[in-house]
Design a binder for this molecule. Structure first.
Ligand code: NAP
Length: 264
């Protein structure tokens, strides 16, 4: 089996990443940065987001596992003192794969520029570079509302505990193949009216955001922010692809939610 280890880059994460790397080589596993079968991310959820974006072109062939340095992570669920145990699991035991849904984002442009496609593990957020955004929102091909406000956040179930949660969105179990649309400070008056509640859309229900007037947008895919001009539409739906996590022991999602937000 081929592996690679990615670190958040701080001293503690680098040290643990090096330890994992050395142990895995001792077990005769091969280090391969370009085509690993398993990616061990050492750091936090942000480190896992970065790892996902490095390997998102070969999701069918790669599994991810996270070691958290610092506080408990949603994607990083092994502790530094457990790395010996984790390495033995990786090297010796066939592991279970758990798949989480991803968000597909297609941005279409006016003029010559070709449409661009992105995959998000947490979410896509759309904001203005200046003032509020005004977007017509279509769901499954039908006009739903015109949104005016600070922005919109479309998240995956595993991303529902991140930005979406801060916006008052629901926490969704990652076994649900769906996406959630949450508002950022909508303006509601006689001209603009939105539903106000976060919406959960099932697989194959496409959500289309269409700018009402020409403007520049700040589109963020997980941790990557892109300045977008001449945007005709932003299409969001559950992606065909999924991310695969290597699971060596049960760690129920609701337990992670409780430990992160309640009992900490
Ligand atoms: P960051 O601003 O350095 O950190 C964002 C925080 O979100 C970190 O504490 C990170 O955990 C945590 N996080 C990431 N994914 C999570 C998840 N699925 N569930 C719960 N917490 C999660 O940015 P970053 O590390 O590059 O991460 C980018 C993410 O930041 C975005 O995807 C977005 O969800 C989030 N964000 C949140 C807000 C907000 O809550 N108001 C605003 C902007 C962006 P670790 O410390 O373990 O890495």
């Amino acid at each position: 089996m081929k592996f690679t280890v990615r670190s958040r880059g701080d001293q503690e994460s680098n040290m643990i990443a090096q330890k994992v790397h050395n142990y895995l080589e001792e077990f005769q596993l091969t280090s391969d940065v370009s085509e690993p079968d398993i990616v061990v991310s050492v750091g936090g959820d942000g480190t896992m987001l970065e790892a996902f974006h490095v390997y998102n072109h070969r999701l069918e062939d790669v599994s991810f596992v996270g070691v958290h340095t610092g506080h408990l992570g949603f994607y990083a669920d092994w502790q530094p003192e457990e790395v010996e145990k984790l390495v033995i699991h990786i090297a010796k035991t066939p592991f279970k794969i758990v798949e989480y849904p991803l968000l597909e984002v297609i941005i279409r442009y006016y003029g010559e520029k070709k449409a661009e496609r992105f995959l998000a593990l947490n979410e896509c957020s759309v904001k203005s570079t200046e003032g509020s955004i005004v977007m017509d929102i279509e769901i499954k091909g039908e006009s739903f509302e015109t949104f005016r406000g600070d922005g919109l956040c479309i998240s995956t179930p595993s991303g529902s505990t991140a930005y979406n949660k801060a916006l008052g969105g629901a926490i969704l179990h990652p076994s649900l193949a769906c996406i959630q649309l949450a508002e950022m400070a909508s303006i509601n008056n006689r001209v603009y009216r939105t539903v106000g509640s976060p919406l959960v859309l099932p697989q194959h229900h496409t959500c289309l955001l269409k700018p009402v007037k020409e403007a520049d947008f700040q589109v963020t895919i997980d941790h990557l922010t892109l300045l977008q001009q001449d945007v005709k539409s932003i299409q969001c739906r559950v992606a065909e692809e999924k991310i695969r996590f290597a699971r060596f022991r049960p760690f129920p999602f609701w337990k992670r939610v409780r430990e992160s937000f309640i009992t900490g």
